[in-house]
Ligand binder design. Structure first.
Ligand code: ADP
Ligand code: MG
Length: 379
């Protein structure tokens, strides 16, 4: 069962002897389609999910921030006047977010509270972005700041890039900040424009956690980013967003094979993402699923960021008659796949896919239906 407000309030009250002033919730996410497109200024189509990072807090008179992490059973503490990067640990995400907001000119104030989450760590559902957005929302509540989701997402991304040192795109923070209940968001990662997209009637989204986690993701990710930059340069633009499929086909013969396939994935994936949003708006689950399957094939064969476990999971999910489409989600190499299925068969799909995957790989997966929720908010 997902964490609820009462759980976090109980933890806060136990520690501080009174209820919190604010309770913040910022969700993790799954991406329906549009993978490795965000750092190419392209399109993504994620949903905020009912797995989240929560912070319950009250203001302090001084400029300190003190947080007890329920999951780590640890307290982290720092002063807004003396932000030092200790390079490791969950508190760095909070410090980095405070640094980023302060650096952008926001006047912050101190607070204390408890932190608890149920976004699995390192599974590709972006617990780190959820933590950054929960922190930003808490800082905004305590400091009485305006809450502009796109602006805060950019500052959260900056914290992750510059303070934590992970070179991520904008998708994770933006969907965690701006998600909309019962909708996916079509995000233009160039303009940060977001459009809510309803799900086709009678469908459900299922998270398929392979329970594998791969190291070396960062180096492979950075390598893909440089390959995309090299491809853009070849086409005479700064990002692949500005290359059409037609332009690609006219010139791609002169590219080396690897760079050509990397570019083909990104350019095709941008088109598929826009098409998938249109299909969803028409209520066309079959076409949405077809585009998801095609996305997986492209990530596996052309972009080469899938893994045996992810491929096995996608095959097991696709074998079920209720599955419209399935694909790896997130950066890849391990973590989660996801599927769009017929909602009335959800129970059977979950049981059969989990059993088939375990039989095939020997790994015990976590498979669950998820619901689209709002982005970071005071609840
Ligand atoms: P993900 O793919 O889930 O974003 P990351 O490695 O980017 O994986 O981020 C995971 C890190 O975020 C954890 O190691 C931890 O430092 C922090 N984090 C996430 N959720 C929590 C939580 N509930 N409580 C404390 N720290 C958390
Ligand atoms: Mg992360």
């Amino acid at each position: 069962m997902p964490i609820e407000k009462a759980d976090v309030v109980a933890h806060f009250t136990k520690r501080f002897g009174q209820p919190p002033r604010w309770v913040i919730r910022a969700p993790g996410r799954v991406n329906l389609i549009g993978e490795h497109t965000d750092y190419n200024d392209g399109f993504v189509l994620p949903l905020a999910i009912d797995r989240a990072v929560w912070i319950a807090l009250r203001p302090r008179d001084d400029r300190r921030i003190a947080v007890y992490s329920v999951d780590y059973d640890q307290t982290g503490e720092f002063s807004l006047d003396d932000l030092r990067n200790e390079k490791a640990g969950w508190i760095e995400y909070l410090k980095g977010t405070a640094w980023s907001l302060q650096d952008a000119g926001f006047a912050l104030t101190g607070w204390e509270g408890v932190l608890q989450g149920d976004v699995p760590l390192g599974a590709g559902l972006s617990s780190s972005a959820a933590l950054e957005m929960a922190t930003a929302r808490a800082l905004a509540a305590a400091g009485n700041l305006d809450w502009n989701p796109a602006k805060m997402a950019k500052l959260g991304q900056r914290a992750e890039n510059k303070w934590v040192g992970v070179n991520c795109g904008i998708m994770d923070q933006l969907i965690s900040a701006a998600g909309r209940a019962n909708h996916a968001l079509l995000i233009d990662c160039r303009t940060l424009d977001t459009q809510p997209v309803p799900f086709p009637p009678g469908t459900a989204v299922v998270v398929l956690d392979t329970s594998t986690r791969r190291g070396l993701v960062d180096s492979a990710y950075n390598e893909r980013r440089s390959q995309c930059e090299a491809a853009a340069k070849f086409f005479g633009v700064s990002v692949l967003r500005d290359v059409t499929m037609k332009q690609f086909q006219q010139k791609a013969g002169r590219l080396d094979d690897v760079t050509r396939r990397r570019a083909l994935h990104v350019i095709g994936e941008n088109d598929r993402t826009v098409q998938a949003a249109a299909a969803m708006r028409r209520g066309d689950a079959v076409e949405t699923g077809r585009l998801m399957n095609e996305s997986h094939r492209s990530l596996r064969d052309d972009f080469e960021v899938s893994s045996d476990a992810l491929n096995a999971m996608v095959e097991c999910a696709s074998a079920h008659a209720a599955c419209y489409g399935a694909r790896m989600t997130g950066a890849g190499f391990g973590g989660c796949a996801m599927a769009l299925i017929r909602a009335d068969a959800a129970e059977d799909f979950v049981a059969k896919t989990a059993a088939a995957y375990e039989k095939k790989t020997g790994h015990k997966p976590a498979v669950y239906v998820c619901h689209a929720t709002n982005g970071a908010e005071i609840v």
